[in-house]
Design a protein around this ligand. Structure first.
Ligand SMILES: Nc1ncnc2c1ncn2[C@@H]1O[C@H](COP(=O)(O)OP(=O)(O)OP(=O)(O)O)[C@@H](O)[C@H]1O
Ligand SMILES: [Mg+2]
Length: 259
């Protein structure tokens, strides 16, 4: 049994809607402090929808979300905003502002949530960009750098306020395998150095099987969680064809090649 103070996120009986349509129901899980927690599943199963509910971007239809023991769902506006300041988010389609330099992009959360001087902000921005391997890129514009560098810059922006919880929606989407692995190393480094709790939506099997401590697999059939556990264990032990289809697509490929 986990010690309550070590629980970073607790979700109970959550129902998630998009407009009038229920996408997920009765979602229950908890995430330990410092855990690399993955949300996985096929396209359209509700991963981004769940993330948007977790960070308070969409209203909760039913159920409860708590962070470090504080009820997020029942919190008033001011308390909610204070809790949201402790989240770093990199959205699935949340690109950087193209008209701003990397430094200006990373400084945005500092401007919005802190009263730091321009010089202090510059210092933090320089350090955050260095942390993600982009030292010296302060004055570059997003269009001048590669896709992998843009993802790193978005992570630097999510890290700006030293959040105890990070939410990443498809951080490696569209990256080549080598860049994708280097992003995994960065994620591990952040967790090991800062003990950050991370909720990561991903399709990338090498990341899921390589770095996730635990994952929930969402599925449309059940409108919720189909499997929950360390991905390697799910792969080794689950006999559910829907779990295998996702975690071991080579099973499907070899089946196709059978006469
Ligand atoms: N803004 C929206 N308005 C109405 N329905 C939406 C909206 N966004 C998503 N949906 C619907 O909610 C369901 C879940 O979508 P969601 O984006 O959460 O899936 P996902 O698992 O993140 O998929 P992907 O892997 O393609 O990013 C889909 O049926 C989608 O059509
Ligand atoms: Mg999505």
């Amino acid at each position: 049994m986990s010690i309550p103070s070590e629980t970073a996120i607790e979700v109970q009986g959550l129902e998630c809607r998009q407009g009038e349509r229920t996408i997920l129901r009765d979602v229950t899980f908890s995430v330990r402090r410092g855990e690399l927690f993955f949300v996985i599943g096929g396209s359209g199963c509700g991963k981004s929808t769940l993330l948007k509910h977790l960070i308070g971007l969409l209203p909760v239809a039913a159920g409860r979300i708590a962070y470090f023991g504080s009820d997020f769902t029942a919190a008033g506006a001011a308390e909610r905003r204070a809790m949201q300041q402790r989240f770093g988010v990199s959205y699935q389609y949340g690109a950087l502002w193209s008209s701003m330099t990397l430094a200006e992009n990373v400084a945005l959360p500092l401007q919005e949530y802190t009263k730091l001087s321009a010089a202090e902000q510059r210092e933090i921005v320089r350090w955050k960009l260095a942390q993600v391997g982009l030292a010296g890129c302060e004055d570059q514009f997003p269009s001048e750098i590669s896709g992998g560098m843009r993802k790193r810059a978005a992570i630097a922006r999510a890290l700006a306020l030293d959040p105890p919880i990070l939410f990443f929606d498809e951080p490696a989407a569209g990256l080549d395998p080598i860049t994708s692995r280097s992003l995994d190393r960065l994620i591990l480094e952040i967790r090991d150095n800062l003990h950050t709790t991370m909720v990561i939506v991903s399709h990338e099997l090498p990341s899921i099987l390589g770095i996730a401590d635990r994952a929930i697999l969402l599925h449309r059939d059940v409108q919720g969680i189909l499997a929950d556990g360390p991905p390697r264990r799910l792969l080794a032990e689950s006999t559910d064809p829907r779990v295998r289809e996702f975690l071991a697509p080579e099973d499907v490929v070899s089946a196709v090649h059978q006469p």
